[in-house]
Design a binder for this molecule. Structure first.
Ligand code: AMP
Ligand code: MN
Ligand code: MN
Ligand code: MN
Length: 278
């Protein structure tokens, strides 16, 4: 059984479930600790913390920041913060990137029109609500408009990085994202290393820039991938983290709190997160 899950999304970004639901589900799955890590926002932390208190589990305030590296492309960095951390300044700094997400969604809609798949910007906004808007919201609008059967089909055919409806947006650099996280007293981890074109290069660059953790236990990565991650982490002095990356977008997705991690590694990262100070 998993003791913790350090990577989940809610309706505050591109997840389909409210923060309270995600926390409750993780608690039902038996975890002691969960981090909410919405994209470019900490807006769900308060609600998640309330739910965690009610269910008797611990909540870590978290965020997932997309960064761009000239050699490695797009990487995702997770940040985790102490309960006493002052998150207002960080949230303010991320505003710019949430605004950028909106204008990018608008440009994506235009691209879809040009591709013969009209989707209204308003319907994307209706789906996103007040969330930090992302491609999954556009994908859901494409499903609603009948252009594709599923969110996954929208990504596979149109929205994936470099796809015909892919519109890039301005991202932070790796070192700026780490500065943001560490200045707030946070702990950083490189999200889903196995998903990058060059997992080893990405992890080396992350460690060289001062990053501290590596999401070795990710979704349904294979035992071989996990073994490679463990070796690499050991060599580079990175601490193992675990995440389901729950979004609630696909029926077959793993639920919050369902990715196992060996006991000694769980104990290590839980202690580090407990010792965080602002
Ligand atoms: P954005 O943050 O708007 O660039 O969108 C990225 C999000 O879209 C990721 O956090 C995932 O939730 C989702 N995503 C990205 N690539 C894919 C893919 N190939 N298949 C399914 N979902 C994806
Ligand atoms: Mn996402
Ligand atoms: Mn990610
Ligand atoms: Mn994620």
């Amino acid at each position: 059984m998993a003791r913790l899950d350090l990577h989940t999304h809610s309706t505050c970004s591109d997840g389909t479930r409210p923060p309270e639901w995600v926390v409750q589900q993780a608690a039902d799955n038996g975890v002691e600790l969960i981090a909410l890590t919405d994209h470019d926002t900490l807006a769900g932390v308060k609600a998640a913390r309330g739910a965690a208190r009610q269910t008797g589990i611990d909540l870590i305030a978290g965020v997932e920041i997309s960064v761009s590296d000239p050699d490695l492309g797009e990487l995702h960095v997770l940040g985790y913060f102490a309960p006493s951390a002052q998150l207002d300044e960080l949230e303010r700094q991320l505003t710019r990137y949430r605004e950028e997400r909106k204008s990018r969604a608008r440009r994506t809609v235009k691209r879809l029109h040009a591709l013969g798949m009209p989707v209204e910007y308003e319907s994307v906004m209706d789906i996103a609500g007040r969330a930090s808007i992302g491609r999954p919201h556009v994908a859901r609008a494409m499903v609603e408009a009948g252009h594709v059967e599923s969110v996954q089909e929208a990504f596979d055919r149109y929205l994936h990085n470099g796809g015909p409806a892919y519109v890039p947006r301005t991202l932070l650099s790796l070192s700026d994202s780490l500065d943001m996280i560490h200045r707030t007293g946070g702990f950083s981890s490189l999200a889903h290393p196995t998903r990058y074109d060059d997992p080893v290069g990405a992890t080396q660059a992350f460690a060289a820039a001062g990053g501290r953790g590596l999401e070795i236990f990710y979704r349904n990565d294979t035992p071989d991938e996990i073994a490679n991650g463990e070796q690499l982490a050991q060599r580079l002095g990175l601490v193992a983290t675990v995440g389901s990356d729950f979004h609630g977008l696909h029926p077959s997705e793993l639920g919050p709190g369902t990715v196992p991690m060996p006991e000694h590694q769980a104990t290590r990262i839980m202690q580090i997160l407990k010792d965080l100070s602002p």
